[in-house]
Design a protein around this ligand. Structure first.
Ligand code: NDP
Length: 264
């Protein structure tokens, strides 16, 4: 019998995950099917998972913390960052993982000279990503519009700034981790702040995928190499698929098939 997988989110209609996973299932001849599920109330995630008879799921905005709470067993990293985007059912228990952060880590490996990173934004995605980058030896600084969300990072020993008290240093890479530009034309910070932030950087990344965001457009005018969030999305999907299929395939072969979703 085919296994069923889904992505939970709100909104979820534009998610590329069903296409990515279904392509890989088909090409790897794995008997499974992946759908999307509009989940309005994160508290209902566990109930929805079991009533749909799922084998596994991905979780997107705004339910990653609800997913963390819904799991019975958490892997070490998901436990540390408090956010789950991948769930696998084993023996009636839900196992939770975070594959967004390792997905981003793999993305920045394409900039091998990068040692120091400035994050614009301090939301949920930045949390897990900042942690994995620091654990992997990168210097991570956070710059956020408002002070509230920075408290978490200060407690964890990160260097943090708001626009008001920003004292720029040298950052090899500047990453837009905000949702500015996702559904609007906003830059993640005022231009004079961005100027200081990227002046010495080798490249700029936006984690928003599939569009030439205002930040990427702006970075190109400064002659910076740029990258959008497509690779992060691809790699988090590859790692999730690896969990879904119990490490039956190599990540290289999963990536080969999943990458085709970005050409369609
Ligand atoms: P959160 O809602 O947790 O955090 C939003 C952050 O954006 C906050 O730091 C907020 O600042 C900042 N922000 C929002 N609007 C503006 C603005 N107009 N100007 C400046 N700062 C702003 O979001 P997430 O961390 O969940 O998601 C962030 C981005 O990451 C989204 O665009 C999402 O699509 C993307 N993403 C991409 C993935 C991929 O695979 N490519 C995976 C996961 C996420 P403040 O604290 O001041 O409100």
């Amino acid at each position: 019998m085919k296994q069923l997988f889904a992505i939970f989110g709100n909104p979820v209609v534009h998610s590329k995950s069903p296409l990515m996973h279904n392509l890989a299932f088909k090409r790897l001849k794995y008997p499974a099917c992946y759908t999307r599920y509009l989940l309005r109330d994160g508290e209902r995630l566990r109930e929805a998972f079991f009533s749909l008879g799922l084998k596994g799921a991905n979780v997107t905005v705004p339910h990653k913390e609800a997913a963390f709470k819904a799991c019975d067993v958490l892997d070490h990293f998901a436990q540390k960052v408090g956010a789950v985007n991948t769930i696998v059912e084993r023996g009636g228990k839900l196992y939770g993982y975070n594959t967004d952060a390792p997905g981003f880590l793999k993305t920045i490996k394409s900039f091998p000279q990068v040692k120091t990173v400035l994050f614009l934004g301090a939301g949920g995605t930045a949390k897990a990503t900042a942690m994995i980058l620091r654990d992997s030896g990168y210097g991570v600084t956070l710059l956020n519009r408002s002070a509230e969300r920075l408290k978490y990072y200060e407690e964890k020993g990160f260097e943090t700034y708001t626009f008001e008290n920003f004292k720029p240093k040298t950052y090899d890479l500047v990453v837009n981790m905000t949702s500015a530009g996702l559904e609007n034309d906003f830059l993640p910070a005022p231009e004079e702040i961005l100027e200081k932030a990227v002046s010495s950087s080798m490249a700029c990344i936006d984690v928003i995928y599939g569009k030439n965001t205002p930040f990427l457009q702006w970075a190109k005018t400064k002659n910076k190499p740029t990258k959008d969030g497509s690779d992060m999305l691809l790699y988090q999907g590859v790692i999730a698929f690896d969990y879904f299929t119990d490490h039956r395939f190599t990540q290289t072969e999963i990536e080969l098939h999943m990458r085709k979703a970005f050409l369609l």
